[in-house]
Design a binder for this molecule. Structure first.
Ligand SMILES: [Zn+2]
Length: 565
């Protein structure tokens, strides 16, 4: 199977996404490993791509995590993940020296589609669904309007019919836009508008919507601050990681304790979300500052602002957002993990919306009309109202914008640009990883040799990911262990030493080096060392572990002659 890089020219369906992954692993066996890290509710494989030079222990290399497709309709995220993988894989295949060197000592883990069941349904024209195909609770009775493609045109659009109780009025100049009704409007001009669909378990009278069939929101099912949740007729699952997909993500992440930064692709609104997720965040102000600083650097050259979830991306600041994957990365694993909300349909329509969530809750009709006018002018993404004989309602009209490729995701013509912007963010987060270098010196002291091992972190992030990571159990602390050959032994102290985590230069920028007027050195610093007194001769192996900066090994031959440090 030949592998074709993905450049964002069109949306791929699930079989094409799977083919991309399997063919890439087959085409670049020296650089790419494909692992099934779980099965979806409908028994589809949950794929994890590992980009790193194969051979050796990949799980000991510092790594960047990228995922997408938690939300089924957010196709752009999946495409942007494949785009990023393609950019890296093409550079590796071409033998680009810098890329090859980096991927020889580091790894990138990519989970391109966390909810393949939902993604496949969305690609097949199913009604909007949040994440997976988790069925309603046994015995749940659902009745009311169920979204459905009634005329078989491959999409669930809108449906409208005239009625004096209707809350909408047609806009004479903008055919698809239905404006809010006013008290001055003629009741004869009023319409009901809803999803295209039919009434299930209908009493023949009531016009009300059915509860969602697939209501789980996977991004409320992760263990970070999980609590029972419901909003917009969606829920966070029965308990944290009750869903096979979220459990597989957490297990895959936890099994790779050298992941130092992470990015989770979503849509829409076009922003990079950062901490805090709630007012009583377990992250210190210093960690929040570090994440904000890194985010600001990561979005450089893109149109994405950095947005703090609290207070700027929350429906209700008094209600904590629970069970979010990016928050789980930060608060339970101590890894700076972000949600990237790709695609800003408002900006595409020439609108500046400072607080998108306010726009969802209280949409301004003037700006709403502008949004419609833009997508209507695009033409291909809209279908004009047309008559349809509804089996329950009689004559209605069907029509509307292609929501999946206007609001939720960009039209295909703008997809590549969005993927490229996402790739820039991923690139910066990849370059921010902690990066530990080890050096060793030795000198004779009487009959023994003193071996001094120094570890230093030259990376942006600390070896603990975030400072909080040093207090959690998700990654090992720094340690140095000396293994002597037959003819030598450690004669003073122990052969293994535990050291504190090492800071990164990013921390200095939000801490000790915050001001050029008052520059100073940090309290903890980026270097640490250990000394061993060894008698004898021959080779000595030094193993070091540096948390999320990975593992390393040094070897040296003990000096037999007098030398000065
Ligand atoms: Zn999402």
């Amino acid at each position: 199977m030949t592998w074709t890089p993905y450049h964002g020219d069109s949306y791929l369906d699930l079989s094409a996404v799977d083919a991309f992954c399997t063919s890439l692993a087959a085409a670049l066996p020296g650089w790419v490993t494909l692992t099934e890290v779980g099965r979806s509710r409908h028994d589809r494989p949950l794929w994890l791509l590992t980009l790193s030079r194969t051979g050796g222990v990949l799980s000991e290399r510092p790594a960047f995590w990228l995922d997408a497709g938690t939300h089924a309709a957010e196709l752009t995220g999946v495409m942007a993940a494949l785009y990023a993988v393609s950019r890296w894989a093409e550079a590796l295949a071409a033998g680009d020296a810098t890329t090859c060197a980096w991927f020889s000592t580091h790894a990138v883990y990519v989970m391109p589609c966390i909810s393949p069941d939902g993604f496949d349904a969305m690609c097949s024209g199913a009604p909007f669904l949040r994440s997976t195909l988790r069925p309603p609770k046994p015995g749940a009775v659902r009745s009311g309007l169920e979204p459905r493609d009634m005329d078989g045109d491959g999409a669930v659009r809108w449906m409208r019919w005239r009625h004096p109780a209707g809350p909408f009025v047609a806009d004479p100049d903008l055919p698809l836009y239905m404006r809010p009704r006013t008290l001055d409007d003629d009741p004869g001009d009023a319409w009901f508008v809803c999803d295209e669909g039919e009434f299930i378990a209908w009493d023949g009278v009531a016009w009300k919507r059915a509860s969602r069939e697939f209501s789980v929101d996977l991004n409320r099912n992760f263990p970070g601050s999980w609590a029972p949740f419901s909003m917009f007729d969606m829920d966070g699952g029965a308990f944290a990681m009750s869903e096979p997909e979220s459990r597989a993500v957490v297990d895959a992440f936890a099994a790779r304790p050298t992941i130092g930064s992470g990015l989770s692709h979503h849509t829409y609104t076009g922003c990079l979300l950062t901490q805090p997720y709630r007012l009583d965040s377990p992250l210190s102000q210093a960690d929040q500052d570090l994440m904000h600083h890194l985010a600001t650097g990561a979005v450089e050259g893109t149109s994405y602002p950095v947005t703090k979830v609290v207070p700027d991306f929350t429906y209700d600041p008094k209600r904590a957002i629970v069970g979010v994957w990016a928050d789980t990365m930060a608060t339970l694993f101590g890894v700076p993990g972000y949600t990237l909300e790709l695609w800003n349909p408002f900006a595409a329509a020439g609108l500046q919306i400072d607080k998108p969530l306010d726009f969802f809750m209280k949409p301004d009709p003037v700006r709403m009309r502008q949004l419609f006018a833009h997508f209507f002018s695009e033409g291909e993404s809209t279908t004009a109202w047309r008559a349809f004989d509804h089996p329950q309602l009689g004559p209605v009209e069907l029509g509307g914008i292609d929501y999946l490729r206007t609001i939720r995701n960009p039209p295909e013509s703008l997809l590549a640009g969005e993927c490229e912007a996402g790739f820039r963010v991923a690139e910066r987060l990849r370059r921010a990883l902690p990066e530990v270098r080890a050096s060793v010196r030795q000198w004779r002291h009487g009959d023994a040799t003193v071996v001094e091992v120094a570890l230093e972190n030259v990376g942006y992030l600390p070896t603990s990911g975030l400072a909080l990571g040093a207090q959690l159990q998700a990654t090992p602390a720094l340690s140095v262990t000396v293994r002597c050959g037959e003819g030598a032994s450690v004669v003073s102290g122990t052969s293994a030493v535990e050291l504190g985590h090492l800071e990164g230069w990013g921390q200095a920028l939000v801490g000790s080096a915050r001001s050029a007027i008052y520059p100073s050195l940090p309290v903890q610093g980026h270097r640490a060392g250990a000394r061993f007194v060894i008698e004898g001769a021959g080779p000595v192996v030094i193993d070091w572990i540096a948390g999320r900066a990975g593992h390393g090994t040094l070897t040296l031959d003990l000096a037999t002659e007098e030398a000065h440090p």
